[in-house]
Design a binder for this molecule. Structure first.
Ligand code: ZN
Length: 363
């Protein structure tokens, strides 16, 4: 069972906690609950916002944290860099931890930094987060700034970076990317790509979600879309309700940001504090399965997986409160009539196929 996107490294900084502790009630994830939830492979998102002065150094410190967690609990977790190491960790019943850099700004426009990330174990990079880089435009910028952008899609440097990622065997993650960037990548890449944490536009017209022609293009490329559990990408009515919530608690949120919390995390922590209020507008798990079904019906079962975004989202479906709840997805898939063989593909087999394909020919 593979989850391609978990923001615990960022949450651990904000909340001053370590993965090997019991964090029930504090976070979506900890080592004990990853085991309880049957998670075999967890890709941790290495992330910092564009406001960080030295994003490359910051990212490296987050990578240090993941290494440190593995060092503290060597019997329960190990960092893996290859499909072979992943299999071995599975056999040893240790969590196979992997790294994904969420946002091309963290390489600070240097291919050397990309290479160093690869050496340290980073196996995917999301070309942009919400902020564009000098070489690729984000969904946020393409949809809000449009023609005022200095460039749209991949620049020459952007193309070099994509080619280098293909050479290295680092997966290209198009979550958060603008449509122009997406199509430039699809045209250029020689290896299958992923969306590490995105949903389906058909159900929820959010710029972070994928339109039908994008879903078809990913399938043609042999890639995989890993579904995000975020209520606001699943349910088109959620974000309006969340905005109303934020308005009601604005003073408290502003004071947390003034004390140094990252804005997204201030929001998340506020929603945790007023849980009952949030509970009333979380969507059902069946809606996540609807998104999954839609992709399967459009292009087949080989192109979908899970990228929870746990510890990076303030609310998912009502039934999913943390990594311990993944088995509820398996149950829901069985109830929808999915075969065990197809469920194995969805829960991880599809990701493994893309990981292997990217590592092919890499030494
Ligand atoms: Zn994200």
């Amino acid at each position: 069972m593979v989850d391609t996107h978990n923001d615990f490294p960022s949450a651990s900084i904000e909340k001053k906690v370590s993965l090997d502790a019991d964090l029930l009630g504090k976070t979506h994830s900890d080592l004990g609950r990853l085991r309880a939830g049957g998670v075999d492979v967890q890709i941790f998102s290495i992330f910092c916002g564009p406001e960080q002065q030295h994003p490359y150094a910051f990212a490296n410190r987050e990578i240090d944290s993941v290494y440190e967690w593995a060092k503290r609990a060597p019997k329960r977790m190990t960092l893996v860099k290859t499909p072979f190491e992943l299999r071995r960790a599975n056999k040893e019943k240790r969590l196979a931890a992997m790294l994904g850099v969420e946002g091309g700004h963290m390489i600070e426009d240097k291919i050397d930094n990309l290479d160093n990330f690869y050496v340290r174990g980073v196996r995917y990079m999301t070309l942009t987060w919400n902020n564009s880089t000098s070489w690729a435009t984000s969904a946020a910028d393409e949809t809000t700034k449009g023609d005022s952008l200095p460039h749209k899609g991949l620049t020459d440097l952007g193309k070099k970076i994509v080619e280098r990622m293909n050479e290295l065997g680092m997966l290209i993650d198009i979550s958060h990317n603008g449509e122009q960037t997406f199509w430039d990548v699809i045209k250029l890449t020689k290896k299958p790509i992923i969306a590490s944490h995105s949903c389906v536009w058909h159900f929820c017209h959010h710029r972070r979600n994928l339109k039908d022609d994008q879903i078809k293009a990913i399938a043609k490329n042999g890639g995989v879309i890993h579904l995000n559990f975020y209520a606001g990408f699943l349910d088109s009515t959620y974000e309006r309700k969340a905005i109303d919530f934020t308005k009601r608690h604005k003073t408290e949120i502003d004071s947390m940001i003034a004390k140094g919390a990252q804005p997204d995390y201030a929001q998340i922590m506020m929603m945790e504090k007023y849980k009952d209020e949030v509970e009333s507008f979380r969507p059902p798990l069946s809606l996540l399965i609807d998104h999954l079904d839609y992709i399967v019906k459009l292009v087949g079962v080989d192109y979908v997986g899970l990228g929870s975004d746990f510890d990076g989202i303030e609310a998912g479906p009502k039934e999913l409160n943390g990594v311990q709840d993944f088995p509820l997805i398996t149950k829901a898939l069985l109830e929808r009539g999915y075969s065990k063989k197809d469920i194995r593909k969805i829960l991880g087999g599809n990701f493994l196929r893309v990981f292997r394909a990217n590592q092919l020919g890499v030494n």
